[in-house]
Write a protein that binds this ligand. Structure first.
Ligand SMILES: Nc1ncnc2c1ncn2[C@@H]1O[C@H](COP(=O)(O)OP(=O)(O)O)[C@@H](O)[C@H]1O
Ligand SMILES: Nc1ccn([C@@H]2O[C@H](COP(=O)(O)OP(=O)(O)O)[C@@H](O)[C@H]2O)c(=O)n1
Length: 212
């Protein structure tokens, strides 16, 4: 079973995707980390994220970079949303994601275009959302816990700018797939959001079973 979990920054899609992977015993891929790794390489080499050539030359990073905590910072997230708008960057990362999604036994992937581009054939698609302010509060807290101090206003502005860029780009924009179930986590605890996600998966599996 392929489970596609899409949604904007700090909506809780990664938390839900990891919980679903645990629950169903499936491997999980956080696809945002791939774009963050490209962005981190661009920044480290002092290249320009808005140059497609610079970004493409940064797509063959070493896998150990994916574990670098620096990738989780807002600066890298912002650069990730700039490099991810380049069609050739998306193309360079496409096969890796498709291969992960279509491995025997299935997988859970989270990102922006999993249900629309990477695995349009996914058995289950969730689109996770929450209000911009709630997402900013969550990300602000997460950054503080990691020892990164920044203002809530800046985090909110960054989230809004990223939403805008991610949903307006021409290549694989962030959009809810027509067959995705919407999960608004604004007023749900992590536990409640996870339970709701499992219930949505179960409902989808039962509907598919009934349809034969
Ligand atoms: N329903 C929730 N209620 C409160 N905090 C949450 C909830 N879901 C996720 N979080 C927290 O918000 C932050 C961002 O969640 P994450 O799953 O990484 O979001 P995303 O993958 O969409 O960027 C994390 O610190 C996470 O623990
Ligand atoms: N499948 C994906 C995943 C991420 N991205 C881009 O990568 C950036 C960082 O993604 P992320 O999922 O790590 O960001 P958060 O939602 O965790 O803040 C996003 O803002 C998108 O621009 C994408 O274009 N497609």
């Amino acid at each position: 079973m392929i489970i596609a979990v899409d949604g904007p920054a700090a909506s809780g899609k990664g938390t839900i995707a990891r919980a679903l992977a645990r629950h169903y015993g499936l491997p999980h891929l956080d696809t945002g980390l791939l774009y963050r790794a490209v962005a981190a390489t661009v920044l480290r080499e002092e290249l320009d994220p808005s140059s497609e050539a610079d970004a493409v030359s940064s797509c063959s990073f070493e896998d150990y970079l994916l574990d670098d905590p620096w990738l989780r910072t807002d600066d890298v997230g912002k650069a990730a949303s700039i490099v991810s708008a380049h069609p050739l960057v998306r193309l360079a990362l496409l096969q890796r994601q498709k291969k992960f999604a279509h491995q025997p036994g299935g997988a859970v992937l989270d990102g922006r275009d999993i249900g629309t581009v990477i695995a349009p054939d996914a058995e289950v698609k969730l689109f996770v959302k929450a209000t911009p302010m709630i997402r900013a509060q969550r990300r602000h807290l997460e950054l503080r816990k990691a020892g990164l101090h920044t203002s809530l206003d800046k985090v909110l502005a960054d989230i809004r700018a990223r939403d805008d860029r991610d949903s307006r780009r021409s290549e694989a924009p962030m959009v809810q797939a027509p067959d995705a179930a919407l999960l608004d986590t604004s007023f749900l605890s992590i536990d409640a959001a996870t339970q709701r996600a499992i219930a949505l998966v179960e409902a989808k599996v039962q509907r598919r079973g009934a349809a034969g």
